[in-house]
Design a protein around this ligand. Structure first.
Ligand code: SF4
Length: 414
């Protein structure tokens, strides 16, 4: 919407906020155009904050001042005065999905050592990428990461610099597109991750529970950058929000006394900050059951199979075993799926159970182990692959690493 006069805009939006010191905010179009429209009306308060669409907005200048003093140093983050590298920003954002900063740092450093730019990553064999990703989980992300690198390489190694352009790349959703657009390209958008969601729920004392309230909280979060200091430093503003959520407005015990936004924070004022955001009672996570077989020969080779492309851990190497199901396996049922070959004479030993929690269910896996003298050639014909290089050389997902560790601890292979 473009308005030519304040009164015109007021009529079009129906907003009631209008005071002695009122103004219209104009922002750049995320597609790269110039100033294209009025997004909000705000009223300057005597304390320096704003009222926007009925809510008091905290001052971006306060947050940015705090950020300038307390910003984290991270391997993917540009230092003050430097320009952000879109490749490093993108790589870190993909790695950080569902994973902590501490866990990501060594992976990130290994990746940029091996693949210093997006073209190098695009040229790498997929197995190498998957092997280096192993342990970060959610392997579809690693496949999409590689596909995305190839798509960007096909564009001459340049990432699109708008939210809309980024959204067209494999593995980039709304949050990641906003994060890259803001941090790497200075687009004035607010990426709403878990940290920003928590800060926003507390700032505005939003008490409706997640996940139902997620969209409403995100809409509110997107207004946080409405004032001029935030519009002038979109990259720093987004990262300042992340740092505030990670270091001050933490999940269990927010350090409100140290917070640059404490005076504007309704959650703090009402004494309910630590309880926000609220969550609806959790539905119990269902349990599924699996069986996997760890077979080794005297030379230390381990039988592995490639999992089907579709489904969890799709395309990854793993221990053989039947499809997971909703009921436990008896030993007799399990043995019907044990790897077999003429003259193999494997003697299977139950070694215990591995518990692995996926997002939507908990998996309990019975692990069996057997040692044989040597693998027959016919194993390859059955889709098996004998790995002599050790598990570290293969992109084994965490679940499979746990199963192998349990089998090894049983001393069947001693
Ligand atoms: S005052 Fe407390 S609850 Fe409010 S944003 Fe700051 S740290 Fe979070």
């Amino acid at each position: 919407m473009t308005c030519t006069a304040a009164g015109d805009c007021l009529r079009k939006t129906g907003l009631l906020i209008w005071g002695r010191r009122a103004a219209m905010l104009r922002v750049r179009n995320d597609r790269g155009g110039g100033s294209v429209g009025v997004v909000a009306f705000f009223r300057l308060l005597s304390g320096g904050g704003f009222v926007i669409n009925g809510s008091v907005l905290p001052s971006a200048a306060d947050l940015l001042r705090w950020y300038d003093r307390h910003r984290r140093t991270l391997p993917w983050r540009a230092l003050p005065g430097q320009s952000a590298d879109p490749y490093r920003v993108w790589l870190s954002e993909i790695m950080l999905q569902q994973t902590t900063v501490t866990a990501v740092i060594p992976y990130f450093e290994r990746f940029v050592d091996a693949f210093p730019d997006v073209n190098a990553l695009a040229r790498a064999p997929q197995d190498q990428v998957m092997t280096m990703w192993a342990g970060l989980g959610y392997y579809a992300r690693a496949r999409n990461l590689h596909a995305c690198a190839r798509a960007v390489a096909a564009r001459g190694g340049m990432f699109p610099d708008t939210v809309a352009g980024l959204l067209e790349l494999p593995g980039i959703g709304a949050y990641t597109a906003a994060a890259i657009a803001a941090i790497a390209f200075g687009r004035p958008v607010v990426p709403v991750d878990g940290n920003v969601e928590r800060v926003t729920a507390r700032l505005f004392a939003l008490t409706d529970p997640l996940p139902g309230a997620r969209k409403a909280i995100a809409r509110q979060a997107m207004t946080l950058n409405a004032d001029a200091p935030a519009q002038g430093r979109p990259s720093d503003f987004a990262q300042a929000l992340f740092d505030l959520g990670a270091g001050i407005c933490t999940p269990r015990a927010p350090a409100c006394a140290l917070c640059p936004w404490r005076d504007a924070c309704a959650g703090n004022r009402q004494g309910i900050a630590a309880t926000l955001p609220r969550r609806a009672a959790k539905v119990a996570r269902p349990v599924r059951y699996g069986v996997h077989f760890c077979m080794m020969d005297a030379a230390g080779g381990m039988l592995l199979v490639r999992r089907p492309e579709k489904g969890l851990l799709g395309g990854m190497m793993g221990l053989p075993g039947p499809v997971w199901r909703d009921t436990p396996w008896t030993e007799g049922e399990a043995m019907q799926h044990a790897p077999d070959a003429p003259r193999l004479r494997a003697k299977w030993h139950g070694t215990g159970q591995v518990k692995h929690v996926f997002t939507h269910f908990t998996l309990l896996v019975d692990v069996y182990a057997a040692q044989i003298s040597a693998f027959p050639n016919s194993i390859a014909g059955q889709g098996g692959e004998v790995n002599y290089a050790g598990e570290e050389a293969v992109a084994l997902p965490s679940l499979m690493r746990k199963c192998v560790a349990l089998a090894r601890a049983s001393h069947v292979f001693d």
